[in-house]
Design a binder for this molecule. Sequence first.
Ligand code: HEM
Length: 448
Amino acid sequence: MAVLSTRLSRWSLPMFACALVNLLAAQGLILAGITWPAQPVSAPGTLAAVHLLAIGWLLLLMLGALFQFVPVITSRPLVSQSMAFAALIALEIGLLGMVGGFFGIGAGSAPLAMALPAGGAAVFLGVMIACWNIGVPLLRARPLSLPGRMVLCGLAFLLLTVTLGLSFALALTAPAPERYLAPLLGGVGDHALAGLGGWFTLTAMGVSYKLLPMFMLAPEDRGIAGDAVHILATVGFALAVGAGLARLWSAAEPLAVAEFTGYAAITLAVIIYLWDIVRIYRTRKRTVIEAHNRTAVAAFGFLGLGAALAIGSLVAGRLGAGAPVIVFLIVFGWLGGLGLTQLYKIIPFLTWLQRYGSSLGRGAVPRVQDLVRERRSYPWFALYFLAVLLGAASVLSGHAAGFRPCVALVTVATFGIAIEYLRAWRAHYAQLRHIEAAAPPLRPNQRG
Ligand code: HEM
């Protein structure tokens, strides 16, 4: 497998650790009652939590995964390992500034509020570094595989998202550019769609097109279905976001049509993608599905649920009102859920690669699966997904008071899952002798 011939991404595991801390911090803000639904969507606490989740959790998670897998997709190394470290530092420092800035605006403190654009600028820098590190091998790869093309398009949306975010930050805090940038503030929905859709969803789809077939031994060539998902999703998000932004300045009818066409294309892309994912599971050669791919089924379900709710709200003319629950389902159910489930394979895999990657063929080595105890993880994943579902249901049914207890359960489950990661990682040190004694000798092609 190509992963073996690839160097270990040195900063991916530290990035995942930081990402999990940020996720728990965001859950802490929700539990403290200073975010939606206890507070307005535009409250400083909500904005801080949203960005702890978007940048601190999902962006670090995605970049950590891409730093390892882009060299696999492209058969080319990253520009440099140190750039991954620089991106991590810039993103974490920037995020801290942004969180301080949101609370500064809320408290009416002008100096603290300036931390928002300053932090946003550091995040922008971190994203540029990461895009360079990942983008160069992607642009040089010939031919570029479907996952690679999807990641490349995702990166363009990421740049658009952070550019819009930085413009908002300037419009909210800096007097001079405010006059020119103020109309942009109407485009918060487009900023969210570019980030959660164009960047995260498109990239997660691309990465899953590599990871699922790789770990389930299913055909990697997705044929016309894969191309349709890529093109429809890319064009759909571009149309919806582009026309949505243009409508801030013009009421021209064709822009509304373009925006609606974009939503239709995204819907079609999601339907084809979910159908194709079912095909991957059905045509796999590996009979036993591992825990990370069993539990990922729930995340795919949340993508379908979030998309269905978005379409329903759009048709009913209530997209604005429904947006917070849709964002919650997409962030916690689809993207966060997929991230948590896939980390359950990626962390042991990187730990294994670190320890045994260079000694393959030179004696007995345990399997990646020997670093985890799958049965122990299922209750945590079940609790996580169930609590996310109940949290969304409580708000949708008008019982918003039930939301925080559900998030408390989500937090407990996140802790449980994080401890399982830690155990897999520590197996590298603590249980090594036990694992090595228990593991049957393997031939190099028997990992998994
Ligand atoms: C992957 C990156 C990002 C994603 C997915 C994202 C997502 C979002 C979402 C969903 C909202 C709406 C939140 C709400 O209404 O409660 C929002 C608002 C906002 N974002 Fe981001 N964001 C990202 C990056 C950034 C960056 C780098 C900045 C720079 C400072 C930024 C600045 C803002 C600001 C200032 C608002 C509020 C605008 C207003 O209240 O008018 N975002 N973002």
